[in-house]
Design a protein. Sequence first.
Length: 187
Amino acid sequence: MKPRISWMMLAASLAVVAACSRQADEPAPTVNEVMKTAIDANADQLWDISNVAIGEAAGLDPARMTDARWDQIAEKAAAVRQGALEIARMDPLVVVRPGVRIADEGVPGGDTGAQVQANIDKDPQKLRDFANALAVHAGDLATASTAHDVARAGLLIDQLDAVCEDCHLEFWYPSQKALLEQYGISR
């Protein structure tokens, strides 16, 4: 009976090694990929869901918020949080794969993937800090949505764009940050 156990242990060990090698062959996602699929797509949907519930006072109107809307906001906020945490854990931080263009590349004022990579390489921890701040913000929004807290959720939805833009101004288009400062607009 002992040889049988050894063969089962060997088979299990080989299965684990095979699974690990398959995962190692898969390329890690890039910052751009996670931004597009997990963060941007879900944030856009989050705004679409909440925009239909904006009342006359320019905030979330509790009468326009349904259980389904609350659930959708919580779900999208949680997805943004997961994407932000994924970026925060990336090591190394790779903006794009070779030959891939980022949004606004080639547009006046739009940096290239290589320029964004250089910006991040100067201070990768700062990007991770921004990603963690976004994760906390999105997590707070998910919690407020689960609690149906109209005032808190509305405020967090309003602030979400600024949380995103703070990072973008630092790494994706820092020349626009200087332009804002030139006109006395601080972030």
